[in-house]
Design a protein around this ligand. Structure first.
Ligand SMILES: Nc1ncnc2c1ncn2[C@@H]1O[C@H](COP(=O)(O)OP(=O)(O)O)[C@@H](O)[C@H]1O
Ligand SMILES: [Mg+2]
Length: 389
């Protein structure tokens, strides 16, 4: 462009008015194009001459850099910049004809903090310094992202550490449990009044060991990264397996069981190991909620392109305040609770692209409803046969 202008200037006396008009129009167009490019940049640009007088800038520049309103012609840029750190930095760098890359400044404006990265670079034209380019970038978002990443990393390493400790606790707990049994056996052989009360104490210790063990197991389960392995699964038979597993416990607790399983159940993509954990945790919570006995109802239902799993009890129920907190880690209202059960349930269900909802009434009971997506393939099969509900 420049060479073109030079040539035009050279021949100016030979050009007629129309030709000059054309050249000017071209130049204006070119200028406008450059302006559009500059203004569409996210980075701020200021160009000043060797004295620091502003020659041009783009819109991002005005947005990013805090500026006073300019006082007339030939104002030096450092007199316009409204920041006590940036202004002297720019002044010094320009007057020293120095170049500085990516100097960071933190700005506080109306409660929010922004981080700017400013570069001051000499503009060299024909081997001479003709001015200075100020390049300004808002790196707040990048810095925040880095900070978040660092936090996540340190949290992850803390979690690994905690998991390691929990694992180490598990082994001696196992050993304590075994030795308790051995002590009990020895006590069996001697029968004195003392051994009776000893046995009582040992029972308490055994209970506490059991409790600690439960906490550690839950904790390990919760913090370990989940390696969910989905496979085609039959939800109904998983449910049957799990209620079988707690049948004795239900009897002991005087709880009636109702199973209401939908026979049109499609095959679901589940990680069976984890999903059993979901069922067990929900069922155990229901059992805990019915210390005086009651009814446990486990139901499955196909509804359109999702499957619902409901675990209902006629237990103590929850008020709104409790309902809001139950999925938080370590939230528990039970003396022996760990508060991890439902956290885990939620985590597992989210890994299955499902969701969970709770309905509860104090004194009446609660229903936990898990919804799971029906795999596309199965949707098609049922839809095609016209059996979809
Ligand atoms: N079926 C239920 N009925 C009443 N309250 C429940 C039920 N399930 C869960 N809760 C409440 O949610 C809390 C958290 O449950 P959970 O995460 O499984 O931890 P934990 O069972 O160790 O307390 C329980 O302490 C209880 O207050
Ligand atoms: Mg629980």
């Amino acid at each position: 462009m420049r060479r073109f202008v030079e040539r035009a200037l050279h021949k100016l006396s030979k050009l007629d008015l129309d030709q000059i008009r054309n050249i000017l129009a071209d130049l204006a167009l070119e200028n406008e194009r450059l302006e559009v490019v500059l203004d569409s940049m996210n980075e701020g640009v200021f160009v000043v001459d060797t004295e620091g007088v502003l020659l041009l800038n783009n819109k991002a520049g005005e947005r990013l850099l805090p500026l006073h309103s300019s006082e007339g012609e030939n104002t030096r840029i450092w007199n316009v910049i409204d920041d006590e750190h940036i202004a002297p930095f720019v002044e010094r760098t320009i007057l020293d004809q120095d170049s500085v890359r990516d100097r960071e400044f933190t700005l506080e404006s109306s409660g929010s903090v922004r981080v700017l990265s400013i570069s001051v670079l000499p503009l060299v034209q024909n081997g001479r310094i003709e001015g200075t380019l100020l390049h300004i970038e808002d790196i707040s978002e990048r810095r925040a992202k880095e900070a978040r990443l660092r936090r996540a990393e340190s949290l992850a390493s803390l979690t690994t550490l905690a998991a390691g400790v929990a694992h180490e606790i598990k082994n001696p707990l196992g050993s304590i449990g075994i030795h308790l049994q051995l002590v009990n056996k020895v006590l069996d052989r001697s029968s004195s009044a003392e051994s009776e009360s000893l046995r009582e104490y040992l029972d308490i210790i055994a209970e506490e060991v059991e409790r600690l063990n439960g906490i550690v197991v839950d904790f390990l389960f919760a913090v370990r990264p989940m390696d969910i392995q989905l496979q085609d699964s039959d939800l109904n038979s998983l449910i049957e397996d799990m209620v079988e597993f707690v049948r004795y416990e239900l009897q002991e607790a005087d709880i009636r069981l109702t199973l209401d399983l939908d026979e049109r159940m499609p095959s679901l993509r589940l990680d069976e190991k984890y999903f059993k954990q979901v069922l067990i945790n929900l069922i155990k919570n229901a059992i805990h909620a019915m210390p005086e006995g009651g009814e446990l109802r486990v139901a499955s239902e196909r509804r359109g392109d999702e499957v619902l799993l409901r675990v209902s009890d006629t237990g103590v129920g929850m008020n709104d305040e409790v309902i809001h907190k139950i999925f938080e880690p370590y939230y528990t209202t039970r003396d022996n609770g760990s508060g991890i059960g439902l956290t885990l349930v939620y985590k597992i269900i989210r890994e299955h692209m499902g969701d969970i909802a709770v309905m509860s009434e104090e004194g009446k009971g609660s229903t936990f409803t898990v919804s799971l997506p029906v795999p596309q393939r199965e949707q098609h099969l049922i839809g095609w046969n016209g059996e979809q509900s």
